[in-house]
Design a protein around this ligand. Structure first.
Ligand code: ADP
Ligand code: ZN
Length: 370
């Protein structure tokens, strides 16, 4: 005998939230968000590096009752072992289902704190306070959280949206220059895939950006958040449009892996963008003029400084790494094609296309020239 019992779970969830961007807004915004969320307890996740700089700021803003969980800075700690340790600290601090977790730091902190919030007691609320440019313009929006495993980066994780994102551009003042440049890669990417005017802004305001002029930074960061959130709202779970955010990442991830992660993410993605734009040009979609404009901006921000190094990378390893990338369906290497700055190629709702091994090798050869 067989019986079936239907379990109907057709629900509508509103996970909407706001991203606030400003200079010096941190403490006041946190108070505002907490007066709405009314958390029973608060735990802040941050790394050793940030804790050293912002310990007092955190204590003043969150008070003595909040638990600060500090992990050793660096991507190598983004694993389940660290999460397990943090989990114990949450329990020890007495967090319950009505509590709130705060991610205070770069992308690694956001990924881990978000993951922790997603699995603790089957999910508690969390807010993102990104402090690196990369986290401000990219990883804090979209709800992807997770950790690395021996099999690869970000392979273990959940989608868990924050209740609020607070971006205070003042934090950028302590960010090492290299990390600032690293974040600029995703900024340039957003212009290339979605918004020609935004690309032009980034192209023109280089001096002000490098000086961290507050209004310019607010404009740049809010522009990136707007572009990314529009994409994520249309396609949260990456069925189609969200793939366009992977522009430059097929080759970028592979270059990153082949360098044993010595080339930082943004710099690797910049190499990937130059290479993938080159393939777009070779296929006859992107004009030579547009291709040059893209590489000129990447170079102007110092993002192609490791490009010559891709000479030393093993092409075989790059091909192997790109085929293993989890974004690739059935191990075909796929990438986003750019027909002009501000647009992506789309065919019947599909935004990524097969890349041939020859094209990849050819593009890597070209990128070495930069
Ligand atoms: P991501 O580049 O994805 O943001 P991390 O979270 O590892 O990755 O951040 C990169 C590095 O920058 C870390 O060492 C982190 O401690 C440091 N960092 C992040 N934000 C700041 C800041 N505002 N001031 C100083 N250092 C920062
Ligand atoms: Zn990226």
């Amino acid at each position: 005998m067989i019986k079936t019992v239907p379990v109907s779970l057709n629900r509508t969830i509103d996970d909407s939230y706001e991203i606030s961007i400003g200079a010096g807004i941190f403490s006041e915004k946190v108070q505002g968000v907490f007066s709405t969320l009314k958390p029973t307890r608060v735990a802040i996740v941050t790394d050793t590096h940030l804790y050293k700089i912002y310990r007092d700021t955190l204590n003043v803003t969150f008070g003595n009752d909040a638990r600060i969980i500090v992990y050793p800075a660096g991507e190598s700690k983004k694993n389940f072992r660290t999460i397990n340790g943090m989990f114990g600290e949450l329990q020890e601090a007495g967090l319950d289902r009505k509590s709130c977790i705060v991610a205070f730091g770069g992308g690694v902190t956001g990924d881990m704190a978000g993951f922790l919030a997603g699995i603790f007691l089957r999910g508690v609320r969390f807010i993102q306070v990104p402090t690196s440019l990369l986290a401000m313009v990219d990883s804090s929006t979209g709800g992807k959280t997770g950790v690395d495993t021996p099999g690869g980066k970000n392979l273990m994780g959940v989608f868990h949206q924050p209740k609020s994102v607070i971006i205070d551009t003042d934090f950028l003042r302590t960010l090492p220059k290299r990390e600032l440049i690293n974040g600029m890669a995703e900024v340039v990417k957003h212009g290339i895939i979605a918004d020609r005017d935004y690309f032009t802004l980034v192209e023109k305001k280089r001096t002000k950006i490098k000086k961290l002029d507050p209004d310019t930074m607010i404009e740049v960061i809010s522009g990136s958040c707007r572009i990314k959130s529009a994409v994520v709202s249309a396609d949260e779970k990456e069925a189609g449009l969200r793939q366009t955010l992977n522009f430059g990442h097929t080759i970028g991830h592979a270059v990153e892996a082949a360098s044993d992660f010595k080339i930082p993410h943004g710099y690797a993605v910049a190499i990937g963008m130059a290479a993938e734009a080159y393939i777009s040009q070779k296929r006859g979609y992107l004009s030579g003029k547009e291709f040059e404009r893209i590489t000129r901006v990447l170079k102007a921000y110092g993002l192609l400084k490791y490009a010559a190094l891709s000479d030393k990378l093993d092409a075989g390893r790059i091909i192997h790494a790109s085929a293993r990338d989890k974004k690739n369906v059935a191990s075909n290497v796929r990438f986003v094609v750019i027909p002009e700055i501000g647009k992506v190629r789309e065919e019947n709702g599909v935004y990524s296309f097969d890349m041939k091994e020859g094209e990849l090798l050819d593009a890597l050869q070209k990128v070495k020239e930069f």
